[in-house]
Design a protein around this ligand. Structure first.
Ligand code: SAH
Length: 198
């Protein structure tokens, strides 16, 4: 299904993980026919499920390993979290925070229905991260920030990677932050278009 993602530099391992999660189960029924197209789709409340190539690029840049602890900001449909859960494996954990109650609830229901047991959904403002389970090996935001919220850097473990779109409603850059001891290394991955972190 997602073989074409290798042209974006997405590895076989990430493509396999994406092929294991049925995107159709994460989109509203009226968009079921478009579920396998490589485009973002509306999921209600003015929000969207990201295009598969964007999920692939982000999972690739996160350099995920089995057993890791990941924090996602912006659960949305839950699709990205489900792919993350495959990539960290049964020994890994995915914490995901969402600010819209209906989306958080629906995503939690999907995880339960699909028997996904290593994803934990919290109704929170992602700008604060999720301090009670910190530090995280990986943090990924699926909504853009004007500036990187400092708690996200604080909650990153030594050697950890934070991926976050930074910019404004017109132009955003996917930033990759690597925490090396007390230093922060920042890289620009690519131009992106996400909904805002509110
Ligand atoms: N990862 C999602 C894509 C979600 S779109 C998926 O796979 O479907 C971005 C999400 O971020 C939206 O659901 C939006 O409600 C949420 N969001 C926006 N601001 C937020 C904030 N401050 N804290 C947590 N979630 C937020």
């Amino acid at each position: 299904m997602y073989e074409h993602l290798k042209y974006y530099g997405v590895s076989e391992r990430v493509i396999n993980a994406m092929n294991m999660v049925d995107r159709k189960l994460f989109v509203p029924e009226e968009f079921a026919e478009s579920a396998y197209l490589d485009i973002p789709l509306p999921i209600g409340h003015g929000q969207t499920i990201s295009a598969p190539h964007m999920v692939g690029i982000m999972c690739q840049e996160l350099e995920l390993l089995e057993g890791q602890k990941v924090l996602e900001i912006g659960t949305g449909s839950g699709y990205n979290a489900a792919v993350l859960s495959v990539l960290v494996g049964p020994l890994g954990k995915v914490y995901t925070v969402e600010i819209v109650p209906e989306l958080a609830q629906k995503a939690a229901e999907r995880f339960k229905l699909l028997g996904i047991e290593n994803v934990y959904v919290f109704l929170r403002d992602g700008k604060e991260g999720l301090p009670e389970f910190a530090p995280y090996d990986r943090i990924v935001a699926t909504c853009y920030a004007k500036k990187i919220p400092p708690p996200l850097i604080d909650q990153l473990s030594e050697g950890g990677i934070l991926l976050i779109p930074v910019g404004n409603e017109y132009a955003q850059t996917l930033k990759k932050i690597v925490k090396v001891r007390t230093n922060i290394e920042e890289f620009s991955v690519t131009s992106v278009k996400f909904v805002p972190m509110v």
